[in-house]
Design a protein around this ligand. Structure first.
Ligand code: ASC
Length: 128
């Protein structure tokens, strides 16, 4: 529970920031912008799988205000939003498993599926 809706907003934005940092580094490795380090990649994939479970708690009722990226549609279509968040968590968990293997194609596919979960939700529920 949060004392103020600002605390809930700060909580979910912090979680998303950590997810973006970890996911972004994985993307840089897969796109060849930096060398692929399987150990670091797997660590980051585990981070994202764990972090993916955090933001949902911050989307409390009454926190659909202020100048955040969160659109009011999140709260009017909460069941769909929650389902998409759950799909993201599932894909992130699968990415963490794939990252334990040496199957680069499976890793790339799992990474792309997870990225689609990010984008699929942002397209509908995030400003810009
Ligand atoms: C990222 C990031 C996102 C997603 C999205 C995937 O690295 O910050 O929001 O990937 O662009 O399509």
């Amino acid at each position: 529970n949060f004392k103020e809706s600002d605390d809930a907003i700060h909580y979910r934005q912090s979680a998303f920031g950590l997810i973006a940092h970890n996911f972004g580094d994985m993307g840089a490795m897969l796109k060849g912008k930096k060398p692929f380090d399987a150990e670091v990649f797997a660590m980051r994939a585990q981070n994202v799988a764990a972090l993916s479970k955090l933001p949902a708690e911050g989307f409390v009722a009454g926190s659909d205000k202020g100048d955040t990226g969160a659109l009011a549609k999140i709260w009017s279509d909460k069941a769909d939003f929650d389902a998409k968040m759950s799909t993201f968590q599932d894909n992130a968990a699968k990415l963490a498993v794939a990252a334990q293997s040496d199957d680069k194609n499976a890793i790339k596919q799992a990474f792309m599926n997870t990225g689609k979960s990010c984008k699929g939700c942002h397209d509908i529920y995030k400003k810009d």
